[in-house]
Design a protein around this ligand. Structure first.
Ligand SMILES: C[S@@+](CC[C@H](N)C(=O)[O-])C[C@H]1O[C@@H](n2cnc3c(N)ncnc32)[C@H](O)[C@@H]1O
Length: 177
């Protein structure tokens, strides 16, 4: 996938140039952080969280060399523990929730960081069968039920892209009521 594919997966969940405060949980080297930055534009702030310090250092470098966009704040942290985040307009979790077996507890934390009407955009492999590299993926159908159990509403698919690995990747938008 290239940058345009990353943008396309998020685009229908974000109004171009809307700004606001967003977090990317499990940002890694920033493929989706950069896409998010392009979409929210220069008036936004993005908290990029990952437990991998090296990946975040790469993300910082990539961000600096990209077109000036949203403000970036990186933080080395474990998103399965409570983070210092609140009143966010949105959260992106791209290919990171599948590392968590007990998703309910993490989703309760995630929901608590969002303001009323806030958005969670999930990007995941459309599969309920994991492997060594993707231990606990969840199909869109499973996500719909889980998101509802976790108190999110209006969960809908935004986009899908074919993947040689586990067939395809979807993005989905859920709201905090
Ligand atoms: C497959 S990478 C995805 C990176 C990026 N979101 C993307 O889609 O290109 C998963 C990332 O999630 C991070 N991660 C997994 N579990 C985490 C946790 N509990 N806390 C923080 N980061 C985590 C990993 O360190 C890794 O950088």
């Amino acid at each position: 996938m290239n940058h345009q594919d990353h943008v396309a997966l998020l685009a229908r969940g974000i109004t171009q140039g809307e700004g606001g405060a967003w977090a990317d949980l499990g940002a890694g080297t920033g493929a989706f952080t950069l896409a998010l930055a392009d979409l929210i534009g220069p008036h936004g702030v993005i908290y990029a969280i990952d437990r991998d310090r090296g990946a975040l250092a790469e993300l910082r470098t990539a961000f600096v060399s990209a077109v000036p966009q949203a403000e970036l704040r990186v933080q080395v942290a474990d998103f399965t523990r409570r983070l210092e985040l609140s009143d966010l307009d949105g959260i992106v979790m791209a290919n990171s929730l599948h590392f968590v077996e007990d998703k309910t507890r993490v989703l309760a934390l995630v929901r608590g960081y969002l303001k009323s009407g806030g958005r969670l955009i999930l990007v995941e492999y459309d599969s309920d069968r994991g492997n060594t590299w993707v231990p606990h993926p969840l199909s869109f159908e499973t996500w719909k039920d889980l998101a509802s159990e976790a108190g999110f509403v209006d969960t809908r698919r935004l986009a899908t892209v074919p993947s040689r690995f586990l067939h395809r990747i979807y993005s989905a938008l859920s709201l905090v009521s």
